[in-house]
Design a protein around this ligand. Structure first.
Ligand code: NAD
Length: 468
């Protein structure tokens, strides 16, 4: 997390309250200069004219260098946003994989040809946009940055990366590593500052031709409005209130473990957190008791403690938001089965810690069941049958992800197809690979990142017709 002044962002470690580092806020004049330099690099560096395998060489070198600096980057991210070190290591691995995947995917950008049709032959190519903006949130900076930067560069663009003001330290490292790997100067630059100022100015800038955004739904809507006025494309990866479903024929041990890690991993600060658990009525009490029991025994500790299961929240301000969320759940009539408070003890005094929290007894329409907490807060809801479940699970504005636990393939297929979500995990949860598209239905977003869809996001389709 960071504290902010007009000219500086100061990153504060949420586990200790200590300063980690600081970066200068990009002024409006500096933003203009960044955009000019990005266009210059796009037009004159020869990057987009390189053969795919030549761009791929640089992307692979970036991957190698990220891998070589894995530990330093993971520790920096842990201090910048408080995520457990083991998760931060996984995110660096993910970033490495993203650069490797899009190095290979470059090759798919070949021209496609429609064979001669009487008087013409046509060729279809993907043209880069030129300069694209990548705007990312604080929860997984190195992973989210790589998910945008790697395909945007692979497609031939120049990229201006705007990390969150609450986790500003990883993006400059990625820019440095890319430069050391041989990426031409100006093709990847970073701007820093508050979203409402520097982020908004970037989206509104005439020199930016496409915006790829990951963050909250309200911010995505604001960006979408500006993009609509400017008639530029946007890709939006937004929030979620993902249902995690346990049917009466599920392997309960595996299901309960997945429900626990699905919401309390990353202290719930994950867009795909399974924040609503739907349990079939006949097994509701028994499964909820197991979930509550396990949630109570989760080991909350410092992000670099060797055996921790959950670290602090990313900032003290964010903990206050989560506390207000749980307070409102109480007012709505929710029963707090565990958590609902800060952990006690000297070890937690300096950090933004909060206990794993399980709530039940709420109506599906309660705001607690509808809005994203983005924290370690699980709401439990019973359901009678498939029809009841599907109606309840789909009855939110969001549609990012879903988990289904059942031994019946047919039921998994039926429910998996009926759920309005971009990712459906059956007898597993939170799996993610760069080669598989990811994104949301409804208010969870527009467009798909990852996979080849995630590459095609970063170009305009052009068809050229030759008369014969
Ligand atoms: P946020 O929307 O507050 O900020 C995200 C980024 O947008 C930051 O860099 C911020 O500075 C910038 N920003 C804010 N206002 C802006 C504006 N008006 N114009 C341009 N940029 C602006 O989100 P956050 O609090 O950093 O992250 C949490 C949210 O992100 C959660 O809702 C979470 O679900 C979502 N998220 C989604 C995904 C996904 O892939 N779907 C992944 C991670 C996080």
């Amino acid at each position: 997390m960071s504290t902010q002044s007009a000219t500086q962002l100061i990153s504060i470690n949420p586990a200790t309250g200590q300063e980690v580092g600081r970066v200068a806020v990009t002024t409006p004049e500096a933003l203009d200069a960044v955009v000019v330099q990005a266009w210059d690099a796009y037009r004159h560096s020869g990057w987009k004219e390189r053969l795919p395998h030549q761009r791929a060489d640089v992307l692979r070198t970036i991957a190698d260098r990220l891998a070589a600096e894995k530990e330093t980057l993971a520790v920096l991210q842990m201090r910048d946003n408080g995520k457990p070190l083991s998760e931060c290591r996984g995110m660096v691995d993910y970033a490495v994989g993203a650069f490797r995947y899009y190095a290979s995917a470059c090759e798919t950008l070949e021209t496609s040809v429609t064979p001669p049709r009487g008087q013409y032959v046509s060729f279809t190519v993907l043209e880069p946009f030129g300069v694209v903006a990548a705007i990312t949130p604080w929860n997984s900076p190195i992973m989210n940055d790589a998910t945008k930067v790697a395909p945007a560069l692979a497609a031939g663009n120049a990229v201006i990366l705007k990390p969150s003001e609450d986790a500003p330290l990883l993006a400059p490292e990625l820019v440095r590593i890319a430069a050391e790997a041989g990426l031409p100067a100006g093709l990847l630059q970073v701007v820093q500052g508050r979203g409402a100022e520097v982020g908004a100015a970037l989206v509104a800038h005439n020199g930016v031709r496409m915006v790829s955004f990951t963050g909250g739904t309200a911010t995505g809507q604001a960006i979408g409005r500006v993009a609509a006025d400017r008639v530029i494309p946007v890709a939006l990866e937004l929030g979620g209130k993902s249902p995690h479903i346990v049917f009466d024929d599920a392997d309960q041990e595996l299901a309960v473990a997945a429900v626990i890690s699905g919401i309390f991993g990353s202290a719930g600060q994950s867009c795909v957190a399974g924040s609503r658990v739907f349990i079939q009525a006949s097994i509701y009490d028994a499964v909820l008791e197991r979930i509550t029991e396990q949630a109570r025994t989760i080991r909350v500790a410092a992000p670099d403690a060797p055996d921790l299961e959950m670290g602090p929240l990313a900032s003290f301000a964010h903990r206050e938001r989560v506390e207000a969320f749980v307070e409102r759940a109480r007012e709505e009539g929710g029963r707090i089965l565990c958590g609902g408070a800060r952990p006690e003890g000297a070890a937690f005094a300096e950090g933004a810690y909060y206990l794993p929290t399980v709530i039940d007894g709420l109506a599906p329409h309660a705001l607690t069941c509808q809005e994203e907490a983005f924290g370690p807060v699980l709401v439990a809801l019973p359901f009678d049958d498939e029809a009841d479940l599907i109606a309840q699970a789909n009855d939110t504005a969001f549609g990012l992800a879903c988990g289904i636990w059942t031994e019946s393939f047919k039921r998994a297929w039926r429910v998996g197809r009926a759920i309005e979500a971009g990712s459906v995990w059956i007898n597993t949860y939170k799996q993610s690979v760069t080669s598989t598209p990811f994104g949301g239905f409804k208010s969870s977003g527009i467009g798909r990142e990852k996979g080849l869809d995630g590459l095609r996001l970063y170009g305009e389709v052009k068809s050229l017709f030759f008369g014969l």
